[in-house]
Design a protein around this ligand. Sequence first.
Ligand code: ITT
Length: 224
Amino acid sequence: MTVTFVTTNPGKVNEAREYLAEPVEQLDFDTPEIQSADLGAIAAHKARAAYEHAGEPVFVDDAGLFVDAFDGFPGPYSSYVHDTVGVERVWRLTSEEDDRAASFRGVVAYCDGQEFEATPEPVDREDRRGRDLAADERGAATTDEQVRTDDGDGDALPVKLFYGVVPGEIVAPRGDGGFGYDPIFEYDDRTFAEMDPDEKNAVSHRGRALAKFADWLAERDTPE
Ligand code: ITT
């Protein structure tokens, strides 16, 4: 089964192709995004909108850079900050701080219009933040979730979420690879922009989420 990755970002598609056994096709559509402090909620909404647009099984990805010294900013606003302030100035702002720790967090969200076991919609909860932080410390991903409702009435399409987190540090830009904030995000002495795509995938937020998505997809019944 071909899975359709609805994204405007070809860098994300290259990374997904490294991971999934199924052929991945990009559908270049700028899916409307809700404003929320919770990447899971944004991704779930995005996945439903993408499915309604495409009319076939889809997945989307929502990611952000969370700088500890700024209480997680730019986080869910990473795209806006990237396009307005830019990577170089995010580095300069962070360079004034003693603590330059940061994490990339990402959520892959799948929707195919089919029923599968679901749990309540993610909301901006303290316990979720606590789990994310604990996961950061371990350098591991948070738990995955299946979500059904966006308003509590149970009518919304089920969505399956896969989380990935990677801890790192903000540094002066280095490297020509990757995309977005990769040149200023250092993991294990190298920036993500200094890594090959497969090296980045092996440790990145997206790689961790995609690995779990790939396992789930492989085990799951193919929809009609
Ligand atoms: P979509 O069409 O899939 O939404 P996007 O590039 O707008 O593509 P996001 O909203 O998820 O994707 O990304 C928020 C910002 O974070 C954006 O500026 C990305 O370039 C950046 N970003 C996301 N994943 C990244 C990664 O793995 N490495 C570096 N920057 C990343």
